[in-house]
Design a protein around this ligand. Structure first.
Ligand code: XMP
Length: 601
């Protein structure tokens, strides 16, 4: 018995299941084309959001009989529009996408909105909207821009919300989902211990007597996966390989080794493959291409290591610590758009997946659940709660470029755009420039690859935040905004050529250590969920470079807020970074996710 989430490709589809499980209700994700017979056991159905419009010819296929099963249904965003469209209401196409915080005026605090106040903060993301209700429905709530932000048919227990109750920005979102779980009469008996037992059983069945070989980066995900596999199959049948890919943090490899051996896991080998990874990515500036090469190099190193160990490939499966979020942003679920290719989802691994040769014990989990699982399995607290570090490591934090005349630098950024953006910044009392390089972002369930704007002037967080939102909402060629910490005035900078070389990586490694140590020294480690330090090939003399600090706070990584940190920290870290030979400017990322992803690539 459970609540089934039908995935229409929204970035938040799996987050819905995560939230339902937090209410201790079992939740599963299924395809919208699932047959009615396979949904008989469900207590209720949630139709997720998604990037399509109900009028798109390529809108996700679904089984319309699902809506006539007589089960409680909650439609979110796209799901809300689909209910309206299918049950006889009218959906109107919108011209522009709207994102961000809005206030819901609750007309009727009943059904899923029971117990809510008359005005509630919610997180909106929409283009189309419900223009006319289907028969039997009443409007439960509206926002300024969206007259039918919540609708319901109490008799049939069918509800639709244009906003996202599953993200933390919707302050009473958990209450809304709780109301729905209660309407469904769902049992509240889901626990991490039960999940662990079920997963151990699943792993044993999937392995069918074979062994599992796994890369252990030292991050939370692969460490938890390693532990769980050891628990499921025994240390004899599991082999961990830690590869120093040259993109690690300072001193990382030694620490991983110490930690694992300390936890009694001696089935871990360590290999230095930095030269191979550097060769595989030499001279590549395109972020997707870099990721692809790194993913493929992982497999080559795996095969070499397996050959050296003389393990029979038919007897050894590949284990991965992939989380659900990793899959969804790589377009891994049926209807999701590709935001960025995850290194666990490149071609060769897809092929192994298709052959059934990959085991991913955490593939249903969110980061917070993987951490809880880690603690359940006895991993040391400080390892479980370490800031996450991406598999391709500093490779996705060292931006590369072919130089000033390259495509990556320009991409048709119009001078008028810059002038218009400068006018907007001026109304906030700030100066602005648009950088001749691009970074990855996410908006409305799709990937963007656009320019960061840099603003300079007075440091007033509320103003900076408002300007950042205004710029990214109104200028499609700007998907990220950074603020100059120092020095002032900003040097006259231009983009220079730069690739993944040992020198640049060493420079970034040092800058990263300086930034993380400062965070620790100022007691900000817990307040900040993650703080990438990013190296930009942005220079006044063609030699020195720039760094960006990207501190964010999030519980699920699907949405994140940039963290405004105290002045004392900013002054301290900026001074130390500028004292580092090779660094000439320090910036601070003031972009939420969306529209900016956590990592720049
Ligand atoms: P984004 O940049 O997608 O990051 O907003 C969300 C979280 O995922 C991490 N991340 C990765 N982790 N391999 C990983 O193991 C990857 O390729 C990868 N890309 C992003 C990122 O550090 C953040 O915690």
């Amino acid at each position: 018995m459970s609540i089934v989430v039908l995935d229409f490709g929204g970035q938040y589809a799996h987050l819905i299941a995560n939230r339902i499980r937090r209410l201790r209700v079992h939740a599963e994700i299924r395809s919208p084309e699932t047959a009615v017979a396979d949904l008989q056991d469900a207590d209720g159905l949630i139709l997720s959001g998604g990037p399509a419009s109900v009028y798109d010819p390529e809108a996700p296929a679904y089984n319309p009989e699902i809506l006539a099963m007589g089960k409680p249904i909650l439609g979110l965003c796209y799901g809300h529009q689909l209910i309206c469209h299918r049950l006889g209401g009218q959906v109107e196409m919108g011209e522009t996408h709207e994102f961000g915080a809005a206030y819901l005026h609750v007309h009727k605090a009943e059904g899923v909105l029971a117990g809510l106040d008359v005005r509630e903060r919610v997180w909106m993301s929409h283009r189309d909207h419900v223009a006319a209700l289907p028969p039997g429905f009443a409007v439960l709530g509206a926002t300024e821009d969206c007259p039918v932000a919540a609708m319901g048919d109490a008799e049939r227990k069918i509800y639709g919300l244009q906003f996202h109750p599953e993200v933390t920005h919707t302050v009473r979102g958990m209450d809304i989902l709780d109301n729905f779980a209660a309407l469904c009469g769902a049992e509240r008996n889901w626990t991490m211990e039960r999940y662990t037992e079920q997963t151990i059983k699943r792993l044993q069945e999937q392995a069918k007597g074979r062994n599992v070989f796994l890369f252990v980066s030292g991050g939370v995900d692969s460490s938890v996966a390693f532990l769980l596999l050891n628990r499921a199959l025994g240390t004899e049948r599991v082999l961990g390989l830690h590869i120093d890919n040259g993109f690690m943090r300072e001193g990382e490899t030694a620490m991983v080794e110490r930690l694992m051996k300390g936890a009694g896991l001696h089935n871990l080998e360590v290999v230095d493959a930095s030269a191979e990874f550097l060769a595989a990515t030499a001279g590549i500036a395109d972020p997707e291409e870099k990721r692809r090469q790194i993913g493929e190099e992982f497999i080559r190193v795996r095969d070499r290591a397996l050959a050296a160990l003389a393990l029979d490939p038919d007897e050894w499966l590949l284990g991965q610590g992939t989380l659900y979020t990793d899959t969804i942003e790589s377009g891994g679920t049926e209807n999701a758009a590709v935001i960025k290719t995850h290194h666990n989802r490149v071609g060769v691994i897809d092929q192994l997946l298709a052959e059934g040769k990959v085991v991913e014990p955490l593939d249903q989990l969110y980061k917070d659940e993987a951490r809880t699982l880690g603690e359940t399995l006895g991993l040391p607290h400080h390892l479980v709660w370490r800031h996450p570090f991406p598999g391709p490591g500093l490779a996705v934090r060292a931006l590369c470029s072919d130089g000033p005349d390259s495509e990556s630098a320009d991409n048709g950024l119009a001078h008028e755009t810059v002038a218009e953006a400068q006018k907007v910044a001026a109304t906030f009392g700030l100066a602005l420039d648009v950088l001749p390089l691009r970074s990855v972002g996410v908006q409305g369930d799709s990937r963007t690859y656009a320019h960061p704007a840099v603003v300079t002037g007075q440091r007033e967080w509320k103003t900076l935040e408002a300007l950042s939102t205004e710029l990214t909402n109104n200028f499609p060629s700007i998907n990220r905004v950074i603020y100059l910490l120092g020095p002032t005035p900003r040097p006259q900078q231009n983009i220079k050529a730069g690739y993944l070389t040992r020198d640049r990586l060493d420079l970034l490694r040092r800058a990263d250590t300086i930034s993380m140590e400062a965070l620790e020294r100022h007691g900000l480690m817990e307040e900040v969920t993650q703080m990438p330090t990013v190296l930009l090939p942005l220079s006044s003399d063609g030699v020195q470079e720039s760094v960006v600090l990207r501190p964010i706070a999030t519980s699920d990584f699907m949405t994140a807020d940039f963290c405004p940190l105290p002045q004392a920290f900013l002054d301290d870290v900026c001074e130390r970074l500028l004292a580092l030979a090779g660094i000439e400017a320090v910036f601070y990322d003031i972009t939420h996710k969306p529209p900016g992803t956590v990592e720049w690539e």
